[in-house]
Design a protein around this ligand. Structure first.
Ligand SMILES: [Zn+2]
Ligand SMILES: [Zn+2]
Ligand SMILES: [Zn+2]
Ligand SMILES: [Zn+2]
Length: 799
């Protein structure tokens, strides 16, 4: 997803292979500026490449298609008829995204969606959709029905005066429309009188005003912002040396859970998710939901009733406000390029949006600065003299790359521009692919008449005026070449500096009392301040996201003077040192973190391989050996087995577990249990009892029993899973926190009050360190606690 579609990568590779070797050599050492020039020349002469790209883009559909709209609406009506309101809601949203704004068709989509929202009890949002339907010209003859729904919503919300006014409007509307003969009108009248009765009842005995449920008094977090690094805590200082580059160090003792960084992404782009809206194939239109349907394309908030973009069927927003701001800032340029951006991947898209957000003036200033004559300027950091070992907190930032003239490091385009592009380290072939891709985007911008919009992003009036000197040649203008150069830099920077914004997404049927969540990548972003943190395989912080904002918290005590690290992905609890070093190569460094140094010592086995080992089928002792044949560590036993054979069994087992989990999703609980028990038997004969898969099976069993309401059984299995997770990830890890959260839900549902309370407390302790006291998880735990404490005493005494 990050990189361009495979076919385009293949084309670029063939083009690269066919280049004159001298040219290849030249490009390998070329500056970004020269690379863009070459890319322009190549794409101008290779028309078939451009044609191929156009063909590739046709597979992705981001235009509005009336045929798709009516198809989705019909599907929505079908689900609505089957009382599947959630599915209907999603389908009406898809339908709305394909209708032109202001058409009666789109207003019907909103009206239908308001009905689904009403049934789901989302009354406020339902009112918004009714207003939307009206705003887009909902047909007059259908209006009474929708207006009645508005009155009913207002009634449900307890806004009696508004409800009365709304009913009066419907009444006069029906009176004006004349004689009621059809049965549809009769139903309307009946409904109207019902609602009027309801209103009277409510007016006679008003519900007691709900107690203003004061927010749970969240512990206010200690937060003092750093004077020289925006968004950073005053407990940090920015240091620089040649070996570590820029990095953050604790300038005073830091306690676990303390917030260290709070940063809004400079730019973020929603990842399209697993299934792209592909056309052709068996089903013309996909009814499944991807990230693109589930989250706001600007602020990443979860969508309930999305506001579609006026121009394309792809971009969807949580509100008209987000739609307007996105349009103003970048989407008016991106809108018609949807298919191209999806084809060329998220990195290219982030690069374009970065440039649009920065504004051409700033882009051209920094690109010009980077040319500065001196070759080293291509890599601004190389120019810097290492600072003294321990500069004073705050004062030492002057002269560090990315800082402004006041020595301040801001979350700005200037700071972003200074993130390392590693121009020399990327393979020339990769640089070639990225160059062709950004040049293709810029050519498309020019061809679509969007150049003026890109160059004067800040003053929209100007882009209405067509440029006087209309270019007829397909040579890129000098300005667009500058844009391409900046974009190329950003694409290369992303390889090391892209930050994934993740959310915990619910898995499975989603109707159970126990919610199983896993983190999914939602967007790719630049966070200039967060990027100052170096990697460690055993980090001392943890990162969480809310919308497009990241928060970094200390996950353990960090004494004054110690460097603050976060983990780029390869964590010592999840993989062995060889695999980590392999993965970290994409960031162009060798990890020398504490864990790596320890594990690289001869005869030291990684935590992962020790725990995830095979055991002897005869005596259960650990199997040993680095070669193809493993031997039992119990000398008296002397059993041996081939590694290949054991690995095959492991793979089979994983497949079986997957099948069991599919059965669970399909609500075939009995079959899932049977299968999991069989898997456990099998695993016991060749896997160490501490193997992570052992825990995974226990976790799955707990879920199945929870769906059956067998809480005690579920809790028993989950506790075994927790033991194993704790062993692998540590007792205060996020992983253990999530498992404890699940256990709390199970105990809560099973009325195991005192145990539930103590589990909630433990989960709270761990999760608030990682996500903060205000996070959704903590709120949920506190609600459970409040609920349990309100239970009647006799229930409490039973436990
Ligand atoms: Zn939004
Ligand atoms: Zn659009
Ligand atoms: Zn490491
Ligand atoms: Zn043995």
């Amino acid at each position: 997803m990050a990189l361009p579609a495979e076919e385009w990568q293949g084309r670029a590779a063939r083009l690269w292979a066919a280049l004159d070797p001298a040219l290849r050599e030249w490009l390998a050492a070329a500056s970004l500026h020269d690379a863009v020039r070459l890319g322009c020349d190549l794409l101008r002469t290779k028309e078939e490449e451009e044609a191929a790209l156009v063909r590739l883009c046709r597979r992705v559909c981001t235009d509005k298609e009336p045929a798709a709209a009516s198809w989705y609406r019909e599907q929505g009506n079908r689900e609505f008829g089957r009382h599947q309101y959630q599915a209907a809601l999603r389908l009406y949203s898809k339908a709305a995204s394909h209708e032109p704004p202001g058409s009666p068709e789109v207003s019907v989509c909103f009206a239908n969606r308001s009905a689904a929202l009403f049934h789901l009890g989302h009354f406020e949002v339902c009112l918004e959709d009714i207003a939307r339907a009206e705003g887009h010209g909902y047909p007059d003859r259908l209006l009474p029905k929708v207006l009645l729904r508005r009155a009913e919503c207002l009634l449900c919300l307890g806004r009696l005066q508004d409800a009365q006014d709304a009913l009066r409007v419907v009444e006069s509307k029906i009176a004006v429309d004349g004689l009621m003969t059809s049965s549809a009108h009769q139903t309307l009248l009946k409904k109207l009188s019902q609602l009027k009765m309801k209103l009277h009842e409510k007016q006679r005995c008003p519900e007691p005003a709900r107690e203003a449920c004061g927010d749970i008094p969240g512990k206010s977090e200690r937060w003092e912002e750093n004077v020289s690094i925006s968004g950073a805590s005053s407990s940090l200082s920015l240091n620089f040396d040649t070996e570590r580059g820029r990095h953050l160090v604790a300038s005073q003792d830091i306690v676990p859970g303390q917030s260290l960084l709070k940063e809004e992404a400079f730019v973020s782009v929603l990842c399209p998710g697993e299934n792209l809206p592909l056309q052709g194939g068996e089903t013309a239109w996909d009814t499944g939901a991807t990230n693109a349907d589930l989250y706001c394309h600007r602020c990443l908030r979860q969508l309930l009733a999305s506001v579609p973009c006026q121009g394309c069927s792809y971009a969807k927003y949580c509100s008209q406000h987000c739609a307007d701001v996105a349009w103003e800032q970048y989407h008016r340029t991106e809108c018609s390029l949807g298919a191209l951006l999806l084809t060329l991947g998220v990195f290219c898209h982030v690069a374009l949006r970065t440039v649009l957000l920065a504004g051409f003036a700033e882009v051209s200033r920094l690109v010009g600065w980077s040319h500065g004559g001196d070759k080293d300027l291509q890599n601004p950091e190389a120019r810097c003299k290492p600072l003294s070992e321990a500069p004073d907190a705050g004062a030492g930032a002057r002269g560090i790359p990315g800082c402004d003239s006041n020595g301040q490091y801001q979350s700005s385009y200037q700071a972003l521009f200074h993130l390392l592009p590693h121009i020399e380290q990327h393979s020339p072939e990769h640089k070639f692919l990225c160059t062709l891709s950004v040049v293709a985007i810029c050519k498309q911008l020019q061809a679509a008449g969007l150049e003026a919009a890109v160059l004067s992003q800040e003053s929209p009036e100007q882009c209405l005026k067509p440029k006087t000197s209309e270019k007829t040649s397909d040579e890129l203008s000098a300005e667009l070449k500058t844009v391409a150069e900046a974009m190329l830099r950003h694409v290369l920077q992303l390889q090391c500096n892209a930050q994934a914004i993740t959310v915990m997404q619910e898995l499975g049927p989603g109707d159970g009392a126990v919610v199983n969540k896993k983190p999914v990548r939602l967007a790719t972003a630049f966070f200039p301040v967060l990027s100052l943190l170096n990697h460690s395989c055993c980090p001392n912080t943890s990162v969480s996201f809310s919308g497009t904002a990241a928060t970094v918290r200390a996950s353990q005590p960090i004494p004054r003077g110690q460097e603050v690290f976060h983990c780029y992905g390869p964590h010592r609890c999840r993989m062995g040192v060889a695999e980590r070093q392999q993965l970290l190569r994409q960031y162009f460094f060798e990890c020398h973190c504490q864990s790596c140094l320890e594990e690289l010592e001869p005869d030291v086995k990684s935590v992962v391989s020790m725990r995830n080992s095979f055991c002897c089928p005869k005596c259960q002792a650990q199997m040993q050996g680095e070669e193809d044949t493993l031997c039992c560590s119990n000398e008296a036993c002397a059993t041996s087995a081939s590694r290949e054979n054991l690995s095959c069994r492991l793979q089979d087992l994983q497949q079986q577990i997957q099948k069991a989990s599919d059965l669970l999703s399909a609500r075939k609980a009995d079959q899932a249990i049977k299968m999991l028990l069989k898997c456990q038997m099998d695993a016991g004969s060749f896997l160490s009892p501490e193997h992570l898969l052992m825990g995974e099976m226990e976790d799955h069993l707990a879920q199945v029993y929870a769906t059956l309401g067998k809480w005690q059984e579920a809790a028993r299995h989950l506790k075994k899973s927790i033991e194993i997770v704790e062993m692998h990830h540590g007792p205060s890890s996020v992983e253990t926190g999530h498992e404890l959260f699940k256990l709390a839900q199970i105990l809560f549902n099973g009325f195991a009050v005192s145990e539930a309370l103590s589990t909630i407390q433990r989960a709270e302790g761990i999760l608030s360190v990682h996500f903060g006291p205000q996070s959704a998880q903590i709120q949920e735990l506190q609600e459970m606690k409040a609920c349990l404490s309100e239970l009647p005493r006799n229930i409490l005494q039973r436990t």
